[in-house]
Design a protein. Structure first.
Length: 266
């Protein structure tokens, strides 16, 4: 695992966006061999999306041959609902780049048969050749996508009940009313994420410090789903200084030392 420590959220966003851009450019995707990218929603990736849009508008990055799979969608919200993740992705990212709408995959929260929707999603990922890079955020309780504490570390795409903590955090998007936040979602599983050839997770702020500690210094534990990244051959966590508050000084020094030769221009 790599831990990239940046001074603040803006620096995290720049580093991550430039890393993703470089990976796409080096892959040199084509119509027959697209770059398959897994994407999250929420506040964590917004800075990354803004920077990727900027790089694209400067003519340095095309998404014409990029295929995307989003991590999750609220169960019971249609694609046009203002708080659906369909709307989030088109408002904040897809409508600003040259991606082919046919290459965008987002779970259908209104599916008549959620189990079939999830099985079909897994099949679509497999048919695409598998996800090359999965970008994600982490919750304060260590959840990855909507895989709440206690989730199986080998789980696949499925419907998942949301904890009160998650709904309280997300209430800010629903006029502060937790009662308006859906009680369940469709989400890729931990196993789905780990199948990606590379995973990059963003962790920003002191409220993510316990989750980062669990991911880096504690053992693998289904009560901290983010800790499953320890099993991945190419996992990167990009964090800011505030998120390292629960890490040992020696741990921080170690990761900063080994990354000196790997820094990307921001």
């Amino acid at each position: 695992m790599r831990l990239i420590i940046q001074p603040n959220y803006d620096a995290i966003s720049r580093w991550t966006a430039h890393y993703i851009a470089r990976r796409i450019q080096e892959f040199n995707p084509t119509a027959d061999q697209p770059f398959v990218l897994g994407l999250p929603t929420g506040s964590s990736p917004l800075g990354v999306y803004r920077e990727l849009i900027r790089i694209h508008k400067e003519g340095r990055l095309s998404f014409a041959h990029v295929v995307t799979f989003n991590m999750d969608e609220y169960l019971g919200l249609d694609a046009q609902h203002p708080q659906s993740y369909h709307r989030f992705m088109w408002d904040n990212f897809f409508s600003h780049i040259d991606i082919d709408e046919r290459n965008v995959h987002i779970l259908n929260g209104m599916a008549a048969d959620p189990a079939k929707e999830c099985a079909d999603y897994e099949a679509a990922i497999k048919a695409s050749g598998g996800i090359e890079l999965f970008l994600g955020g982490v919750g304060v309780d260590g959840h990855l996508a909507f895989n709440e504490p206690g989730s199986s570390l080998s789980s696949r795409t499925r419907d998942k009940e949301l904890t009160l903590d998650t709904r309280l955090v997300n209430a800010r998007f629903f006029n502060g009313e937790v009662s308006q936040v859906p009680v369940a979602a469709l989400t890729v599983g931990i196993g789905t994420v780990l199948d990606a050839r590379e995973v990059v997770v963003i962790a920003s702020g002191h409220n993510k410090a316990r989750a980062l500690h669990a991911a880096i210094e504690d053992g693998i534990n289904h009560m901290w789903p983010i800790s499953a990244l320890q099993m991945h051959q190419r996992a990167i966590i990009v964090c800011d200084d505030a998120a390292t508050d629960e890490l040992k000084v020696g741990t921080v020094r170690y990761f900063m030392e080994i990354e000196k030769a790997n820094r990307l221009p921001g």
